[in-house]
Design a protein around this ligand. Structure first.
Ligand SMILES: [Zn+2]
Length: 322
C-alpha cells in the first residue's frame, strides 16, 4: 500500500491547527510529552477492556470506522467496540479518548495522538470515531483517517522541528535510529515521517515489509509490502515502480540474518520516462513478539537515489555492496 496524500486546503487547515496546539504548549523539545497535550485540550484518556465494560457502557448514536458511517441508530458502545473490533475511540461529547488496554504498548502513543487528531480537526467533531488496529497504523485509505494520521504525524514529530533534523542528517538507517530515539516514536512511524518530510532533490523511498528472505507460508507475493512510503520527488518521478519490483530488489542484497542490518545494495529502478537510475538501498530487521506466536520479523528499508544510469542498461543490475 502506497502512502495516501492529504493536500490542499484541508492539509493547510490541519497544519494550522497542529501549529496552534504546539504553540499553546510552548513548542516543546522532543520527545513530546502526551500529558501536556491532554492537559491543554482537557482530554480524558481511559483504557478499556472488552471484559470490563464500565467505561464503554454508554449508548451511541452514530459511529464512523475508518471514516465510513457504520452505525446510525443508538446502540451500546461495548457492542460497537466488539462488532467492529475497535482498538481506540474518540468520544467528542465527553472529550474522551478510549484505548483498548490490550493494544500493543508500542502502539499506544500513535493511537492516543491519532484520536487527539480527530479532536482538533474541526470537521471530525460530529462523529464518534472508532479505529480498528489497521487504521491505527500510519495509513488508511479513507480520507478522514488519512487526515487524522497526517495530523498525528505532525504532532508526534513536532512539525518543522523534525523536518529540520531530517534535512540536517544523511538519509540512512543510522539517522533513522537516532531520530527514533530522539522523538520517542516507533521505527515504522519514524521511517514514514522521514521519507515523507524529506524535501531534498533526491528521490527517496521507504519500505516496510516482512523479512525479504525468511518468507512465511502465508506470504502473498502479489502484495509483498506492508507499506511503501514515497518522498514527493519519488512519487513524481518513479510513480510507476510497483511494490513487487521494490520487494524483489530487497532479495538481491539482504542476508538471512534474524535481526539488525540485513544488507546494503545498489538497486536500479526505471523512472516514469523509461530511464534507468541507481539507488542505494539499506535494510534492517526488527523482531517483535506476536501474541501466542513465535517472534515475527519486520524489515525496514530506505532507498536513496544515487545517479542516472545510461539509457537502456540492463534492468536486473541489482547487487550487494555490504
Ligand atoms: Zn481514526
Amino acid at each position: 500500500m502506497k502512502n495516501p496524500l492529504v493536500t490542499g486546503h484541508d492539509a493547510r487547515e490541519i497544519t494550522e491547527q497542529v501549529s496552534k496546539l504546539l504553540r499553546d504548549v510552548g513548542n516543546p523539545e522532543p520527545p513530546l510529552s502526551l500529558q501536556i497535550i491532554r492537559d491543554r485540550l482537557k482530554l480524558d484518556l481511559r483504557y478499556y477492556s472488552t471484559v470490563d465494560h464500565s467505561f464503554v457502557r454508554d449508548a451511541v448514536h452514530a459511529i464512523k470506522v475508518a471514516g465510513k458511517q457504520v452505525l446510525q441508530r443508538p446502540t451500546l458502545l461495548i457492542d460497537a467496540v466488539r462488532r467492529f473490533d475497535l482498538r481506540a475511540l474518540w468520544l467528542p461529547d465527553r472529550k474522551r479518548i478510549l484505548i483498548d488496554q490490550d493494544l500493543h504498548p508500542l502502539k499506544h502513543r500513535w493511537a492516543e495522538v491519532h484520536e487527539t487528531a480527530h479532536a482538533i480537526i474541526p470537521w471530525h467533531a460530529d462523529y464518534l470515531l472508532g479505529d480498528a488496529d489497521t487504521e491505527l497504523s500510519p495509513t488508511c485509505c479513507a480520507t478522514i483517517e488519512a487526515e487524522a494520521n497526517y495530523a498525528c504525524g505532525q504532532i508526534l514529530f513536532l512539525q518543522e522541528r523534525f523536518v529540520e533534523e531530517v534535512m540536517s542528517l544523511p538519509v540512512t538507517i543510522e539517522s533513522l535510529k537516532n531520530l527514533k530515539q530522539r522523538f520517542d516514536n516507533t521505527y515504522t512511524s519514524t521511517l514514514w515521517r522521514m521519507v515523507e518530510e524529506y524535501c531534498g532533490s533526491r528521490p527517496v523511498v521507504g519500505i516496510v515489509s516482512v523479512h525479504p528472505i525468511r518468507l512465511s507460508d502465508d506470504f502473498e507475493p502479489s502484495d509483498p509490502c506492508r507499506y511503501v512510503i514515497q518522498s514527493a520527488k519519488f512519487r513524481e518521478e518513479f510513480g510507476k515502480v510497483t511494490e513487487v519490483e521494490l520487494f524483489n530488489a530487497l532479495g538481491s542484497y539482504c542476508s538471512r540474518k534474524r535481526g539488525g542490518h540485513l544488507g546494503t545494495g545498489q538497486v536500479s529502478l526505471v523512472d516514469d520516462n523509461g530511464q534507468q537510475h541507481e539507488f542505494l538501498f539499506e535494510t534492517f530487521c526488527l523482531r517483535y513478539k506476536k501474541p501466542d506466536q513465535d517472534l515475527g520479523f519486520q524489515a525496514l528499508t530506505l532507498g536513496v537515489h544515487q545517479r542516472k544510469l545510461s539509457t537502456g542498461a540492463a534492468r536486473c543490475g541489482n547487487r550487494s555492496v555490504g
